[in-house]
Design a binder for this molecule. Structure first.
Ligand code: ADP
Length: 257
């Protein structure tokens, strides 16, 4: 079976007003469940625990204190998984949860444990949902605010699970030759076969409102993907249905590979 990793970021899960983007989560659950039922093996890498935690407590901005963020992640993770569980159940799809840390591949034993758990879960027909263990990996959380909201974890999970493709969902249609939120004349780059310094510069600058990694962290993830001889597509998480177009090789977003 074709094995696909989907990475979804906070900006696709939480609306600008702080409410949960239920429509998008429902579309995601429908799409991934359908694909699983058709024979794909699907792994979901999700962010959003802190965003959902803020929503649970009715707060509107991320606290600066690290321990507060850890608490929010711990609170939000439960709610996020509960949301996924109920939404996937609507489409007769069971899920599991795996909380990893970014260094999981650096230790052969933890790498093997994680990949064994993934393989066993997938062979049971279940969609594993993976997030970083933010409540305990404080360094990672710090790292994340600088380098990107699970983008790296998405690439790591792709290599770890020996998946065929990473679909990275962002708040933008793909990689542009310059930041399209600043420059009107930016144009979409359809294919990237190498991460050059020139590209890294084009992707520079901050990301979206939740203090995520921006485009730079996606290119860093793409580097890991290239190193592992895998493929990645960067596309817009506001149009979940396009995942099917991507799998049917109808071009959408930016292709890396
Ligand atoms: P998400 O949280 O949805 O993954 P990020 O905010 O981390 O999204 O990254 C996407 C953002 O990166 C875009 O909304 C845009 O503001 C910014 N960006 C900077 N340079 C570029 C570029 N060259 N092409 C596309 N987006 C860029």
């Amino acid at each position: 079976a074709k094995r696909i990793v989907i990475k979804i970021g906070t900006s696709s899960l939480i609306l600008a007003n702080g409410k949960i983007n239920l429509k998008n989560i429902d579309e995601l659950a429908f799409m991934l469940s359908s694909l699983q039922h058709e024979g794909y093996e699907i792994i979901l890498v999700t962010s959003g625990a802190i965003g959902v935690g803020l929503n649970v407590l009715g707060l509107d901005k991320r606290p600066s204190e690290m321990a507060q963020q850890q608490a929010l992640a711990a609170i939000g993770q439960v709610e996020l998984m509960s949301l996924y569980k109920h939404t996937f159940a609507r489409y007769q799809q069971k899920i599991s949860q795996l909380l990893l840390t970014n260094d999981v591949i650096e230790f052969p034993e933890s790498r093997k444990n994680a990949s064994d758990a993934l393989n066993a879960t997938l062979s049971l027909g279940i969609i594993p949902i993976i997030n970083e263990n933010d409540a305990v990996s404080v360094d990672e959380m710090d790292h994340k605010t600088k380098f990107g909201d699970n983008d790296r974890l998405g690439a790591i999970v792709t290599t770890l699970s020996d998946a065929d493709l990473l679909i990275m969902l962002s708040d933008i249609d793909g990689l542009y030759d310059k930041n399209p939120t600043i420059f009107d004349d930016a144009s979409l780059i359809e294919t990237v076969s190498e991460i050059t310094d020139h590209l890294m510069k084009a992707a520079g600058g901050a990301g979206s409102r939740f203090g995520t990694g921006g485009m730079t962290s996606k290119l860093e993830a793409a580097k890991l993907i290239f190193d592992a001889n895998k493929q990645m597509v960067l596309t817009n998480g506001a149009r979940i249905w396009e995942i099917r177009d991507i799998l049917e090789a109808k071009k959408k977003g930016t292709y890396f590979g």
